[in-house]
Design a protein around this ligand. Structure first.
Ligand SMILES: [Zn+2]
Length: 330
């Protein structure tokens, strides 16, 4: 068994490059895999390794000045759901693209049992799913508003169009809590007063409260792609984009020029050989379809091709390598 952790902590890092160098060296020494972002505002990561490796890493993080209060969400899994270690400096650890957003000015943190108590009370409220459209599509809290946005940094624009009365009690949640740390600040600045955020996000709620009131599964930014939340309600709420039947597994279109992340059943994946459309099926940039690996996100996709292909597509490969996955980890 392996452990998968998800964590963030906002604390000023004066020299992010130096911090990152030491952090990366430590992770390599421990043999961790995962994705870790470091910025002047703090640390955000998701990583995996053996229980011993993870324990040693947590001790390391807690030993860093200002990071002794870092909270880790932790789960066991039968493999390491990352191909490699990425540890790098970014402008923000979670990209809202709005300056002057200080998580200290955020909403009230509700512990999972407090969150549940509000959901089960008669108190009037609105729930906002602070995640991207492809995440809320496979799972969400009952009754939540699910903004149709592709990136976290689209939320400020969405908020301007959202018709939420300013005197309404606002409950918001995301995967692990970090997006709410910033979005709650924005909502308060824009005039909402009763702003509340689920502490530790869906994953912490699943762990502490068993996922009650949550429908479907939770999208995660590692090779698992989705994880169960409510063991009493595991039925898929989404549909295979190929067959139309209930499904909640994701695949990346096998045409690497497309690479669309879409909901696809095993049947649909076989039918279309991992592609999202007939057009993609005809592409010369199509990876060979491996039914065993249909639901594994693919990584260095160009490795599927020969040297001649790589030589011809050098520029394209360079561009694809530089692309950020999504701008958030949790
Ligand atoms: Zn496609």
């Amino acid at each position: 068994m392996y452990e998968v952790i998800l964590y963030y902590h906002f604390h000023e890092i004066v020299l992010p490059e130096e911090f990152c160098k030491a952090h990366k060296a430590k992770c390599k020494e421990l043999g961790l895999k995962g994705r870790i972002y470091i910025s002047e505002e703090g640390l955000n990561g998701t990583a995996s390794g053996s229980l011993e490796q993870i324990e040693a890493y947590k001790q390391y993080v807690w030993s860093l000045p200002g990071f002794d209060q870092t909270e880790f969400k932790q789960e066991s899994y039968d493999e390491v759901p990352f191909a490699k270690l990425i540890c790098k400096v970014r402008k923000e650890i979670v990209s809202l693209h709005v300056d002057g957003v200080d998580p200290k000015e955020g909403g009230r943190h509700l512990k999972p049992h407090e969150w549940r108590a509000v959901l089960e009370s008669d108190e009037d409220h609105v729930i906002i799913d602070v995640r991207n459209n492809y995440e809320s599509r496979v799972g969400h809290f009952k009754g939540a508003i699910k903004p149709d946005v592709k990136n976290f940094f689209d939320f400020p624009a969405w908020l301007k169009t959202a018709d939420i009365p300013k005197d309404k009690k606002v409950l918001m949640y995301c995967t692990g809590g970090i997006r709410c740390e910033k979005f709650s600040v924005l909502m308060k600045k824009e005039g909402w007063e009763d702003v509340n955020q689920l502490h530790g996000g869906i994953l912490n709620y699943a762990y502490k409260e068993g996922g009650e009131h949550f429908k479907g599964k939770c999208f995660v930014f590692d090779d698992r792609l989705v994880v169960p939340v409510n063991p009493n309600d595991l039925a898929p709420i989404a549909h295979c984009e190929i067959t139309g039947k209930p499904a909640d597994s994701y695949v990346n279109c096998a045409n690497m020029e497309c690479n669309k992340l879409f909901i696809c059943s095993e049947e649909g994946a076989h039918l279309m050989e991992g592609c999202c459309s007939e057009e993609c099926k005809k592409s010369e940039y199509r990876r060979p379809f491996d039914p065993e690996q249909a639901f594994q996100p693919f990584r260095k996709w160009y490795n599927y091709f020969d040297e001649e292909f790589k030589e011809r597509n050098k520029e394209w490969i360079k561009k694809a390598e530089a692309e950020e996955p999504n701008g958030c980890l949790s």
